[in-house]
Design a protein around this ligand. Structure first.
Ligand SMILES: [Mn+2]
Length: 285
C-alpha cells in the first residue's frame, strides 16, 4: 500500500515512511454525492497540483522538506459503511505509527470515518459552506449532508464560514450549543476570540470543505455556494488555531477537478503546505 520515489507523492517529497512526520491519505470517496459528481478525482488532482508549488511557504516563512509521506489511494467499495470503516482503519494505522494524518478527498463524509480514529476529547474545527447537520438526508444515514452531525455524535464540533442550512439544522445546532461562525462574521474579532477560547490547550482536528471558499477562488467543488471566505481569512484562523492548540489531524475535502481550471486544487494543495508549515514553525520554538 505504500508509495515510492516521489512520482505520485505530495510536493514530490521523497521520504521514508519511518522518517515522515505527516502522512497523506488520498480518499477518493464519491458515493453519496448528490449534485455534481467527480470528487473521487480530487485527491489525485490536489497531489498533482502540489508538485507545481514551491516547498518554501512565503506566507508562513518556512521551508517544508522531508516531512510528508504519501500513501496510495484508498480502495473504497460502493458501500458507504465499508468505505467509512476503511477510512477509519487507515487513519488509525497512521496515528498508531506516530504520524499526523492528512486526508485528501473525496466527499466530506470521509471526515466522519477519520473522526472514529480519534479520542472523544479531540475538537473538530470544520470549515464548510454547509452546516451538514441533516438528520436523515435522502433516507441515507451516512451521507455528506450529515457529516458534521455524525462527527458531533462523539466529538465537539465548531463550524466556520457556514452559510447554507435549513431551519431544522439551525435549531439542532443551537440545541447542541455548537460554536458557529457564519461567513458574514468571519472578520469580527469576537469570532476568532471565541474560537481560540474554546480550543486553548486542546487537541484539534481541522477539516476543510473547499466550498467554504468563495466560488471565485474555488470553483471546482460539488456544491458551490456564493459569498464564501477568502484565503487570507483562512490563514488568519489557521495560524490562531495552531498557535493555541495541538494539531492532531487534518483533511481537505470536496475538490472536484474542472477540465479547464485548476485553481481549486492549487488552493487545496497550498492549504496543506500552510497548515504543515505553521505546525512545524510552532514546534521549532
Ligand atoms: Mn460543503
Amino acid at each position: 500500500m505504500l508509495l515510492n520515489e516521489g512520482r505520485d507523492s505530495f510536493l514530490e517529497e521523497v521520504v521514508n515512511f519511518n522518517d515522515a512526520k505527516y502522512t497523506v491519505i488520498p480518499v477518493p470517496l464519491d458515493i453519496t454525492t448528490t449534485y455534481l459528481k467527480g470528487t473521487k478525482f480530487g485527491p489525485r488532482s490536489v497531489i498533482e497540483a502540489s508538485r507545481s508549488l514551491e516547498n518554501y511557504d512565503s506566507e508562513v516563512g518556512y521551508e517544508l522538506k522531508d516531512k510528508i509521506f504519501t500513501l496510495n489511494e484508498l480502495e473504497l467499495s460502493g458501500d458507504i459503511r465499508t468505505a467509512i470503516e476503511v477510512i477509519n482503519l487507515s487513519t488509525s494505522d497512521i496515528i498508531s505509527a506516530g504520524k499526523l494524518p492528512i486526508l485528501i478527498g473525496g466527499e466530506h463524509t470521509a471526515t466522519y470515518g477519520a473522526s472514529l480514529a480519534f479520542g472523544e476529547e479531540v475538537e473538530f474545527v470544520i470549515f464548510d459552506a454547509h452546516a451538514d447537520f441533516k438528520p436523515d438526508f435522502l433516507k441515507l444515514e451516512l451521507n455528506h449532508a450529515s457529516n458534521s452531525r455524525l462527527v458531533n455524535l462523539r466529538n465537539n464540533v465548531s463550524l466556520i464560514g457556514v452559510r447554507s442550512f435549513n431551519l431544522e439544522e439551525k435549531e439542532e445546532m443551537e440545541k447542541r450549543k455548537l460554536l458557529v461562525i457564519k461567513n458574514d462574521k468571519i472578520r469580527d474579532p469576537k469570532s476568532i476570540e471565541s474560537l481560540v477560547n474554546l480550543l486553548k490547550g486542546k487537541k484539534v482536528y481541522i477539516s476543510i470543505d473547499m466550498d467554504v471558499f468563495d466560488p471565485s477562488i474555488a470553483p471546482g467543488v460539488g456544491t458551490p455556494q456564493p459569498n464564501g471566505i477568502l484565503y487570507s481569512d483562512f490563514l488568519n484562523y489557521a495560524s490562531q488555531i495552531i498557535r493555541n492548540s495541538a494539531l492532531v489531524g487534518m483533511d481537505i475535502m470536496e475538490t472536484r477537478p474542472l477540465n479547464d481550471n485548476n485553481i481549486t486544487e492549487i488552493l487545496a494543495a497550498k492549504l496543506i503546505i500552510d497548515l504543515v508549515s505553521l505546525n512545524e514553525l510552532k514546534n521549532q520554538h
